[in-house]
Design a binder for this molecule. Structure first.
Ligand SMILES: [Zn+2]
Length: 221
């Protein structure tokens, strides 16, 4: 074998290792309860809030929305999403009749472990106006205390999703969701249905953006 060939093989092996380390993402399956009842409640939400009548709850992801749970543990965070119906304690967004509980596709623990809670192309309820076009990523923690491991895991997960779905064009923090009110993606019909959000915080989003390219910020004026 010539020296040139040996070098080419070394380069090839290096590229394979690099590609594997970027795309070999470990995702732990930890499904929340999502029976036919929850699907029906989701369809009801799509109808009531968005005026749409699709046959199923499949979405085309266009936005990634990053959150924190404001709950200190993985188990506590998981339980908040596991119930199928919105608990009456969620007075900020609860309706009078049974309503679908909040959920996201991914939950990142403080040690950076990524858990998948539901299929990423099913609609979760996690962001007013944009549920029908977005994938939600929750992080266990609160403002200012998200970990480096979580930032690294979010970057790897976002990069994985970005390559899996060419339809994804935006990366936003939950606190920026209202910037979409004038955009074609915004679907919420009730003008009084809004919440004030601070998650996941500018510093955390800045960290993600410094490693992710090709995704736009929220279209704020
Ligand atoms: Zn949030």
């Amino acid at each position: 074998m010539t020296l040139y060939n040996q070098q080419m093989i070394k380069l090839l092996l290096f590229l394979i290792t690099l590609t594997t380390s970027v795309y070999a993402l470990e995702i732990v399956q930890k499904p929340i309860s999502f029976s036919e009842h929850r699907k029906a409640l989701t369809l009801q939400y799509i109808n009531t809030h968005y005026g749409l009548t699709p046959d199923d709850i499949t979405i085309t992801p266009q936005v990634i929305v990053v959150h924190f749970t404001a709950i200190p543990t993985l188990q506590g965070s998981f339980e908040a999403f596991n119930s199928e119906e919105l608990p009456s304690s969620r007075k900020d967004i609860a309706a009078k009749s049974a309503s679908v509980n909040v959920s996201v596709a991914y939950l990142v623990d403080r040690d950076g472990t990524i858990y998948q809670l539901m299929p990423e192309n099913w609609m979760g309820r996690h962001v007013i106006g944009l549920n029908y076009s977005s994938i939600g990523i929750e992080n266990v923690g609160k403002l200012g205390n998200l970990t480096e491991k979580q930032a690294e895991a979010n970057i790897a997960l976002i990069s994985y999703l970005q390559h899996k779905y060419s339809s994804i064009g935006y990366l936003i923090g939950h606190s920026n969701y209202r910037c979409f009110e004038e955009s074609a993606l915004w679907l919420e019909k009730d003008k009084s249905y809004r919440t004030q959000k601070e998650d996941p915080g500018e510093a955390f989003m800045h960290k993600l953006r410094s490693s992710i390219t090709g995704l736009k910020k929220a279209p704020c004026k």
